[in-house]
Design a protein around this ligand. Structure first.
Ligand SMILES: [Fe+2]
Ligand SMILES: [Fe+2]
Length: 309
């Protein structure tokens, strides 16, 4: 019965006549269903032409934390013809699964010519090292993630967890990205407007990878206080498409105030991933504001969306 459900959703996921938004909903339903069969369906997504869809497939495989997905993720990371945003997400997913078996492959790509891939491998290696060396000691000293996500880095230990010092760490360009990610996830877990505004300052930092993670976290927090910051970033024509895409998805998740209007402005953007993100974000937005009981409030992008099959 359950297998049957997975196959129905899987068919919907690969069906050429399904819209991108339908595919996204099917993808997240497969992620939530879990298991090897769902992974097999998700892997078929890598044959699609949309870099946005492929990167979301890699994201979901990471969130599922099932080692069965490792060979596919390695082959995506190793494929230099693949969009850097997709390769980045594959590397991040390998870090999320957290197996020491991928240390060699991540080390191989930590100096990749695509800087977002290289930086992601560095962070993923740090996460695996942390799992091996520090998780046991720090487990009771870190804040709880109120969201349903596996993060690329753990939060800081609680003693360092006040908004001002975390903000300083977050914005300190001289520190390793892993350390700054830890401050980011600590701030997110603290929550509230002052944490949101501190995080939003990170949209001006040097690393595009870092800026895109900032936008992702702002989407998770769903706080209206950062809408203007996300809008400003989405409007910048010289901003990386990976960052602009994440700003669009964050606006779709926040779904308040001007979010819909802003997304409509970019729904025909010349960057394909930004255009597609706006299409999906408008769908997310409308589910957020609708009272349709089929869709509960989403904190993990579309994690709780159930396809209407
Ligand atoms: Fe990403
Ligand atoms: Fe993304």
């Amino acid at each position: 019965m359950e297998d049957n459900f997975v196959n129905i959703i899987g068919e919907q996921f690969v069906n050429e006549s399904s819209s991108l938004s339908d595919k996204f909903r099917a993808l997240f339903a497969l992620k939530n269903a879990g298991g090897n069969q769902a992974i097999d369906w998700i892997c078929k997504g890598f044959e699609h032409k949309s870099a946005l869809l492929k990167h979301e497939c890699a994201y979901c495989l990471g969130q599922m934390q099932n080692e069965y997905a490792i060979p596919m993720l390695i082959s995506v990371l190793s494929d230099k013809l693949q969009d850097p945003m997709v390769r980045h997400e594959a590397a991040e997913a390998l870090g999320a699964i957290g197996s020491p078996d991928v240390i060699n492959i991540l080390t191989q790509y930590k100096d990749d010519s695509q800087v977002e891939v290289a930086e992601t491998c560095e962070i993923a290696l740090e996460r695996i090292k942390w799992l091996q060396e520090n998780e046991r000691n720090e487990k009771d000293k870190i804040s709880t993630n109120p969201y349903n996500s596996v993060d690329p880095a753990p939060p800081e230990v609680v003693t360092e967890a006040d908004v001002v010092s975390l903000r300083n760490t977050l914005l300190d360009e001289s520190l390793a990205l892993f350390k700054r990610y830890r401050a980011l996830f600590s701030l997110r877990n603290i929550g509230g407007v002052s944490a949101v505004l501190a995080i939003a300052e990170g949209l001006k930092c040097k690393s595009a990878l870092f800026r895109h993670e900032i936008a992702y976290v702002l989407g998770q927090m769903q706080n209206e206080a950062c809408v203007a910051h996300l809008k400003q970033c989405l409007e910048k024509s010289n901003e990386s498409a990976m960052v602009r895409h994440e700003c669009a998805e964050a606006l779709g998740a926040i779904a308040k105030g001007d979010c819909r209007k802003i997304l409509e402005t970019f729904v025909n953007d010349r960057e394909e991933v930004v255009k597609e993100s706006c299409i999906v974000a408008l769908d997310m937005h409308d589910h957020e504001v609708s009272n349709d009981l089929e869709y509960t409030k989403t904190v993990d992008r579309m994690a709780n969306c159930v396809p209407s099959c």
